[in-house]
Design a protein around this ligand. Structure first.
Ligand SMILES: Nc1ncnc2c1ncn2[C@@H]1O[C@H](COP(=O)(O)OP(=O)(O)OP(=O)(O)O)[C@@H](O)[C@H]1O
Ligand SMILES: [Mg+2]
Length: 522
């Protein structure tokens, strides 16, 4: 008998939670006594360090230190290479973090982790979600579901509060690597996401980076070159993050660096800091505005703006939201913990549904009665939405070029399935075509990502063959495609999307699994 957990796999910190027998959420302490584990890896000879120990020792061996890997998920050309010449792709590095989280949880709980709900930024696309699933598989974690971070935070909020009437809640989730915002409708037992938006390359990392650049510039004025010294740069990144955190509580901070025979000391005030980051904060506010515009709402329709993510501790973030919204945001959920707790509630819910046969999940077997799982005070149903439009590449005769034709629109409630029967082959006797699946809101292919391809064969005919496509999005927001030959009335079947451009192939997964399993994680 094991446990089902919720994992908030963050860009900078990860948190694991479970629901105890009484139905209460419990955060799982890591081996350093903390609840947040830095999502970083240090390849230290035969030993692999993950978490605070890796971060602490990073300045000694910066070349073998990997951080912010979540930003590179599903980038096939990204490799982290150690100074010994070993390379790891982002899914492999992420799997080492997940392995450590799993090991830690099992040590603390004294029982195996039988399944997990893993959260991802709402704005993650199909390939990023698939890459997260692949990392979990490499780590030996059975995935119950992948859900969006802001939605998980909303579940934690909904379960913990008495809600007697429908509320419109906005989640403003500003973490270490990503910014997400969702607008939700919450009542006593339902959560419905109405709209979501974000930027998965905007977070505390960018604020640290702005400070790092600022310090390097100031040092250059004194003829000190920090940039070309790897160890000094790693020290500076850590010092910048510390100074940033100090500036959330205090009006000024100091950054002190010793490197080689040099020392460098810089005082920075909160005002100077705010000037550095105002542009970044403005971007988050325009994303929020866009999210509201997408569904014809404005701030006055919101009952609450809930802050989630460590970066929302910056006082200027709160001020800016208050200036725009006309009311102060709320800190009713814990910015570091809510996402993992919401995921843990959902893990129990999914495990119960698997146990009762209501939900099928090939990778997780729940071999005990639903009654053995903890009773929850409230059983929330929730519905999320697609964070991107999904379509196919077609040839547009008028424009005389290939364009994106969206079939499944952004902000459609999921699971979703949409069919469009208005397509056809391009020439007589065509026996096959390559279907390209797109993700993005624009017609222009320059602004669209091709998430996968599929070769489709059909019976050649003299006439152009009308084709229908059905695009569906499952509860984890993974995309599936079906094609139909409308002339012959033949279902061309579930299309196997070839995701090789962004995701690992089966053969790569097999060799990665061998490689990762040989590594000893300290
Ligand atoms: N008091 C503070 N003031 C400013 N920033 C802070 C403070 N505390 C934490 N942070 C920053 O918050 C970020 C971590 O937040 P969080 O743990 O929510 O992110 P994450 O879950 O790792 O990332 P993501 O959700 O983007 O994948 C880091 O950049 C950290 O430096
Ligand atoms: Mg987060």
């Amino acid at each position: 008998m094991g446990k089902y957990v919720g994992i908030d796999l963050g860009t900078t910190f990860s948190v694991v939670s479970y629901i105890d027998a009484k139905g209460n959420p419990v955060l799982i302490e890591n081996d350093q006594g903390g609840y947040t584990t830095p999502s970083v890896v240090l390849f230290n000879g035969d030993e692999i360090l993950v978490g605070a120990a890796a971060k602490e020792q990073s300045t000694r061996n910066p070349q073998n230190y990997e951080s912010f890997v979540k930003r590179h998920m599903a980038e096939r050309d990204y490799k982290f290479t150690t100074k010994e010449g070993e390379s790891y792709n982002p899914e492999e590095v992420s799997s080492l973090i997940l392995k450590k989280l799993k090991k830690n949880a099992e040590d603390k709980l004294g029982e195996p982790v039988d399944g997990a709900v893993i959260t991802v930024p709402a704005y993650f696309g199909d390939s990023h979600r698939q890459a997260t699933k692949d990392a979990a598989k490499l780590a030996g974690i059975k995935v119950l579901d992948i859900i969006n971070e802001p939605t998980a935070a909303a579940i934690a909020f909904g379960v913990s509060k008495e809600i007697d009437k429908v509320q419109h809640v906005m989640i403003y989730d500003f973490g270490g690597g990503t910014f997400d915002t969702s607008v939700l409708e919450i009542d006593s037992d339902n959560i419905r996401v109405i709209a979501t938006n974000g930027d998965h390359n905007l977070g505390g990392y960018d604020i640290d980076k702005a400070l790092v650049e600022y310090v390097c510039g100031k040092a250059e004025q004194k003829k000190l070159d920090i940039r070309s010294n790897k160890k000094a740069m790693q020290k500076l990144w850590l010092a910048a993050e510390k100074a940033k955190i100090t500036l959330s509580a205090s009006k000024s901070a100091q950054i002190y660096l010793e490197f080689g025979d040099n020392e460098f000391l810089l005082d920075i005030t909160r005002e100077e800091f705010e000037e550095l980051i105002d542009g970044t904060l403005d971007i988050t506010m325009s994303i929020v505005q866009q999210t509201l515009d997408d569904v014809n709402l404005d701030y006055s329709n919101m009952d609450k703006i809930l802050l989630v993510g460590g970066t929302t501790r910056i006082p200027r973030v709160r001020e800016m939201i208050e200036e725009e919204a006309g009311f102060a945001p709320s800190s009713e959920v814990h910015p570091d913990e809510a996402v993992a707790i919401g995921a843990a509630y959902h893990a129990v819910d999914v495990a119960k549904k698997i146990a009762s046969g209501e939900v099928q999940n090939d990778s997780v077997a729940v071999d005990r009665g639903a009654e053995a799982l903890p009773d929850l005070d409230k059983n929330y149903t929730f519905q999320d939405v697609t964070s991107h439009g999904v379509g196919i590449v077609i040839y547009n005769d008028v424009l005389e070029k290939e364009v994106n034709s969206i079939i499944l629109k952004k902000n459609t409630p999921i699971p979703a399935e949409v069919t469009n029967n208005e397509y056809s082959t391009m020439k007589p006797y065509q026996s096959s075509f390559t279907l390209q699946i797109t993700q993005g809101e624009k017609e222009d292919l320059d602004y669209v990502t091709i998430i996968g391809e599929a070769d489709i064969k059909l019976q050649p005919r003299e006439n152009l063959v009308p084709i229908g496509f059905t695009i569906s999005c499952d509860s984890s927001a993974i995309i599936h495609v079906r094609a139909m030959d409308l002339d012959a009335g033949v279902n061309l079947g579930e299309v196997t999307i070839n995701r090789e451009k962004h995701n690992m192939t089966e053969a790569q997964m097999e060799s990665a699994s061998l490689k990762v399993n040989q590594l000893d994680i300290g």
